[in-house]
Design a protein. Structure first.
Length: 389
């Protein structure tokens, strides 16, 4: 059944979308995680707004988040049976090789149908194969690289990339100097409104006193178990009297922590819309993923950063280091996340208004709320120059 379903997905995806005929086709390839997929979606939508003649087409992997997300979007797509490199279990890499061979053939068939003029890579193993295929066909390649330390796919493919749009300017220090133009754009996010909501009114929407201090806690769409356990233990021990929490546990962990919901602690599966939480918050306790930290920076919210220690190439630790050095956050390792340390850190920050204000200013200085539009404009300009004989 699973094999048949996968074959069906591939067959449906190979049909040429009607609206692609007679238009400039741009492939977007990336996924596996939301940090690689959602930037591509944001860029594609911004590109269509300024270039209605462009038809974005997404290439992803069957085993990534794109399998669930892309069918709900407005974009045509192909999902390939691709696999990452299995480092600890090297005997499984036959799947990687088989998937790459089959994926290459599928890309060749799809390329004959759609004739892409440009490939935009947004990270992950699916993007690596697609960008390599495009380079071998003489199709220009550009990339979005979201982390302070780009992954191995981004670093290797930079050697045949024309432009790379950096979520963290510090990433340029780790990338090869091979002719690729590295451009500091920031990460594509949903920007804050031009006029920020009033914080006191935003707190009242959550049922909090207008004068309360608010800590926002989230660990991504699936949650962060270490953060959730630490927050639960902290509540049991006693949080500051004037502090209120907006706590998104993640869908899979909500039932384990929902009993902590009360007037000063709002426990939710996820935050949608998250803007209501940002508007009410003075401080955030979060992982150090590129999208969450970019959104917090754009809103000017200081951060307590607890990187995921098992993230690929420890890239979240590098993100946290960069943000802490910029003065926008405090880097707290997961091994240091005790009830006592968390309580002391939050009390210290919220009790020092000048420091918190300086951190908020530093966060805003790093924020790039119009990154998607900037990247789309650069892609549009690149398409124009690429089309010129």
């Amino acid at each position: 059944m699973e094999g048949a379903r996968r074959r069906g997905l591939r067959l449906r995806a190979h049909r040429v979308p009607v609206d692609a005929r007679g238009r400039t086709t741009v492939w977007f390839s990336g996924g596996g995680t939301g940090g690689h997929l959602y930037p591509g979606l944001a860029i594609a939508r911004a590109l269509v707004r300024i270039r209605p003649d462009v038809c974005p087409y997404f290439i992803g992997a069957l085993r990534g988040i794109e399998r669930d997300v892309l069918p709900k979007t407005e974009f045509a797509h192909t999902l390939l049976d691709l696999h990452p490199l299995y480092r600890p279990k090297v005997w499984k890499n036959w799947r990687t090789l088989r998937g790459a061979v089959g994926g290459w053939r599928a890309l060749s068939r799809l390329g004959r149908d759609l004739d892409p003029q440009l490939v935009v890579g947004t990270g992950g193993y699916a993007s690596g194969l697609t960008m390599l295929w495009a380079w071998r066909q003489g199709i220009p390649v550009v990339q979005h690289m979201g982390d302070a330390y780009p992954g191995i796919t981004a670093r290797l493919s930079a050697r045949f990339t024309s432009q790379a749009y950096l979520g963290f300017p510090e990433a340029a220090d780790t990338l090869p100097r091979t002719g690729c133009e590295y451009i500091d754009t920031g990460n594509p996010i949903e920007p804050p409104p031009d006029i920020h909501p009033d914080a006191r009114s935003a707190r009242e929407k959550w049922g909090f006193p207008a004068s309360a201090r608010v800590l926002l806690v989230f660990g991504g769409s699936q949650g962060a178990r270490a953060l959730n356990r630490a927050v639960a233990a902290w509540i049991d021990a006693g949080i500051p009297r004037d502090l209120c929490l907006i706590w998104a546990t993640g869908k899979g962990q909500y039932t384990a922590f929902q009993q902590y919901d009360r007037p000063d602690v709002r426990v939710l599966r996820y935050l949608d819309p998250i803007a209501d939480a940002y508007a009410a918050s003075d401080l955030a306790l979060v992982r150090a993923g590129m999208m969450g930290t970019s959104e917090l920076s754009a809103w000017g919210i200081p951060m307590i950063l607890v990187p995921l220690p098992t993230a690929a190439a420890d890239h979240q630790t590098k993100n946290a280091d960069v943000i802490a050095r910029a003065g926008a956050g405090v880097h707290l390792r997961q091994s240091e996340l005790t009830t006592e340390r968390l309580d002391a850190t939050v009390r210290s920050l919220l009790g020092d208004a000048p420091r918190l204000s300086t951190m908020a200013d530093a966060a805003r200085a790093r924020g790039r709320p119009r990154a998607a539009e900037e990247i789309a404009r650069r892609i549009s300009q690149f398409l124009g120059s690429a089309a010129t004989p």
